[in-house]
Design a protein around this ligand. Structure first.
Ligand code: IMP
Length: 425
């Protein structure tokens, strides 16, 4: 079987867009399996920057089928807006996009509730795209699935029930309850365009794998934001870790041949929640500025800090990593010293284990490595890197026990050290 999962190992924003886009050259299909418009994957081609939220990153390659799996939550207006923008820029996509009949639709009451909750004390810093409330409806079994776009009367009934259920919450949060017609208005025109894209995507993926096609499962967010394995409750609402690829796309675990983790050369996080290696002073700001660490969806400044190895070892275990893709190494150029958290100090002593709910209480043990000042952007092999940068990569490899398949040394597609192919067949 030829399924490969690319998954974020940190708190998202590891630079998935560039590398998934790069590897889609080898793929026949790219599948998004979790999340929704809370993601923002930036693709850079030449001088052009394109941010996709729902459309899988393979869309810039003319022969790649792009599948939105059933683990996703989809905002129809955002999705169609992305399709229009891509079409305007010359990327034909309609014939290659497939939307799962079992994915859930984000409706205006979801976005409203998400925003109202975030405006009150106690919000966790969500992206306010309605993602959490939409998954709440899914679990409560009152969600509007994409397949209902084919049956407007039934869709109306399901949305009516959900709206009535949300109404007291909206009022309690100080909001105005929309009418059912207001809720359904955006779908009226969207349905006509979306229905031709709907399919049983689990079957499509299964058949593609049977034909020995190469399927790339594109993670969104990151392991530490996973609803089960992340820093709960400061997490997203879906299964972002590699295991989610099966759940969110409808294939069995044997369909996955390889799991590859995205590791940013330092750490970032948006929203609230524990972040042991966070740098609150000038160094954090410097990382933010050089790395352009501002949310691609919300524009929020991302919190920045040094690489966290206990967190990465945990992500390597949870995802069963075979290899990793190191991103944004170039951002560290010019720092006299580069820090890495090797262990945590806890009440019970030093540990390199993931402390679960105890993360907010740990103190990071930071080892400082010599930095480098040479530009990395021309490096095309590990040996082209300055020795300090090479040692940094080798140290991470040794700590995680898996090789770096790629080292990204710049934003552009060609600013990449590629040490092997993603697919084994
Ligand atoms: P939600 O997914 O919008 O509900 O937000 C829940 C948490 O996940 C918040 O801390 C967000 O900042 C974070 N989050 C959601 N999507 C992303 C992402 O694509 N990158 C980074 N953080 C994200």
């Amino acid at each position: 079987m030829g399924g490969v999962v690319i998954v974020g190992t940190q708190w998202g924003d590891e630079g998935k867009g560039k590398l998934v886009d790069l590897f889609t050259e080898e793929a026949d299909c790219v599948v998004r399996y979790a999340g929704g418009p809370n993601a923002g994957h930036t693709l850079v081609v030449g001088t052009e920057r394109i941010v996709v939220r729902l459309v899988p990153s393979g869309i810039l390659r003319p022969n790649v089928r792009c599948i939105l799996g059933q683990g996703m939550v989809v905002d129809a207006t955002t999705f169609l807006g992305e399709i229009d923008e891509l079409t305007k820029r010359g990327y034909e996509c309609l014939s290659r996009l497939v939307l799962s009949d079992a994915a859930h639709l984000i409706l205006p009451y979801h976005t409203l509730v998400d925003g109202l909750r975030e405006a009150k004390p106690g919000g966790i810093g969500t992206t306010k795209r309605g993602v959490g409330p939409c998954y709440e409806d899914k679990i409560a079994r009152r969600g509007v699935r994409v397949s209902l776009l084919r049956d407007p009367a039934k869709l109306r009934d399901v949305a009516k029930f959900a709206l009535e259920t949300w109404a007291p919450t909206i009022l309690a949060l100080g909001g105005k309850v929309p009418t059912l017609d207001e809720v359904l208005a955006p779908l009226a025109s969207a349905a006509e365009r979306l229905v031709p894209l709907i399919a049983d995507t689990g079957r499509e993926i299964h058949e593609a794998l049977q034909r020995k096609q190469r399927v790339l499962f594109e993670g969104a967010q990151g392991t530490l934001l996973d609803i089960d394995h992340g820093t709960y409750p400061f997490v997203t609402s879906s299964s972002a870790a590699a295991g989610g690829a099966c759940i969110g796309s409808g294939v069995g675990p044997r369909a996955i041949d390889r799991v590859v983790g995205l590791v940013k050369a330092y750490c970032t996080r948006v929203g609230d929640g524990p972040f042991p290696t966070e740098l609150l002073e000038e160094t954090g700001q410097r990382l933010r500025d050089i790395g352009r660490e501002y949310g691609s969806v919300t524009g929020r400044p991302r919190r920045c800090g040094w690489l966290d190895l206990p967190a990465l070892r945990y992500a390597a275990r949870i995802n069963g990593l075979d290899a990793f893709l190191l991103t944004k190494l170039d951002v560290l150029t010019g720092f006299e010293k580069v820090g890495v958290c090797t262990h945590y100090e806890t009440e019970r002593g030093r540990t390199d284990e993931w402390p679960g709910d105890g993360l907010s209480k740990v103190k990071p043990v930071i080892e400082m490595f010599p930095g480098w000042s040479e530009s990395l952007s021309h490096a095309r092999s590990i040996n082209d890197l300055p020795s300090a940068a090479r040692r940094y990569v080798e140290f991470i490899e040794a700590q995680l026990g898996v090789p770096a398949l790629v080292v990204s040394v710049g934003e552009r597609r060609d600013e990449t050290i590629v040490r092997g192919s993603l697919f084994r067949n």
